[in-house]
Design a protein around this ligand. Sequence first.
Ligand code: NAD
Length: 487
Amino acid sequence: MSELIKKQLVIDGKTENSSNNETFLSINPATEEAFAEIQQATKEDAQKAILSARKSFDGGKWRSASPGAKAKVLWRIGELIIKYRDELAELETKDTGKPISETKNIDVPLSADLFRFYAGAVSKIHGETIPVNGNFFHYTLREPVGVLGLIVPWNFPLLLACRKVAPAIACGNSAILKPAEISSLTALRLGEICLEAGLPEGVLNVISGKGSVVGQALVDSALVDGIAFTGSTNIGQNLMRSGAVNVKRLALELGGKSPNIVFADSDLETAIKMAAIAIFYNKGEVCTAGSRLFVEEKIYDEFTEKLSERAKKLVPGDPMNEKTRLGPLVSKEQLEKVAGYVKIGTEQGAKLSAGGEKFDIGNGGKGYFFKPTVFTNVENSMTIAQEEIFGPVLSVIKFSDVEDVIQKANDSLFGLAAGIWTNNLKKAHYVAHKINAGTVWINTYNVYDAASPYGGNKMSGFGKESGMEAIYEFYTRSKTVWVDLNF
Ligand code: NAD
């Protein structure tokens, strides 16, 4: 076995061990072998990171740096992310099972883009002068919020960390980043990269460890002014409850069960290909996965048959191979969860048209590989159509017309994203306006950009990330100033 990669916490401008020197192992889901040993932060470490962030924010060095000076550091972070692309991509692939072609060409470049976008945005953050009654000069200031806890999940560890870190520091906040236990490596590396780029000590601290210990410590601390959280709805609800104690500022990016709607008048070959990508990209471990596919009645049989054939041909493989398009699920726990949902789907009467079982890539059954799975004859009320599976399992549901599909698509606790496939422009916009979701893709799916606001409705959370909206919705607050102009 090759030597374990070792990673330390990033606190107050230094890399260091946890206060009790405890570590945890990171398991490569493709081999089931440990490949990294990571420092496990304690409550004391969380406290230390919070105090460091507090000191850096209250000291004002970064917060009051000029927009130009901030932009230079942000741009440099983006450059360094690209410089270390191969290293970051390999860490991410070994941690999560994402194919190396994706981590190299999607996760890493999009992460760098976020820093470049916010490097440009820093000089465009401003308040307003507002005419009011009376003889007053009245204006608003846009200020950083203070110390922020940034808590992220395991499915896009680097990208989702950058989505929070870039706007947080661009706006002059100080932060503590807490990655998910099973995917901490690239977040810790990001902390080191930020220091190398010249970000002052304490502005970004990164602590790996248990959510219930260090994540919770961030939420409970009165010294933390806000929490930006991406993760499951369940934990998001808990954070709202505990955050209520200090009336904590919150942004929550939670789960999804996104409808992907195919009308008979769409370009069917493209729709089939993209319906598969919408659910199987990143093994379905995507919050916006198009996991409920609605297909118009008159094309349902032909469409589902072709789609199932396509799914059968999509074979998982070694994620370190450049040609692989589908890697293993992130963990044993996730594999068991997905297999459990397949069982429920079959028991509730859905028809298993493709996949549905673990897959051996030819390495003695090692790795958490799962075949791309398609269920047809699904009713929208079934468990597999209502609960977030977070795996490569597609539920295909029939609909009769526009109003029928709008009703069914909106019949969900979630409201994160939706897809619409049609060549009828009027219909596309009509349905886009009627769907309760934070993002709607028309004749495309799962496209993202640093400039594009992103967030969910209903139990998918609230608050927007990316773009200028993130700055105004979460990472800055407004202060009103009244000046009496009467002599
Ligand atoms: P999770 O909720 O289990 O964990 C997310 C993060 O919260 C982790 O860092 C975890 O350590 C931390 N955490 C756990 N308990 C905590 C506590 N008590 N206090 C503070 N922090 C705590 O989610 P996951 O399993 O890592 O990720 C999968 C989920 O994330 C899915 O539900 C998925 O939909 C969601 N997700 C949403 C988006 C989005 O943008 N809406 C994006 C990606 C993933």
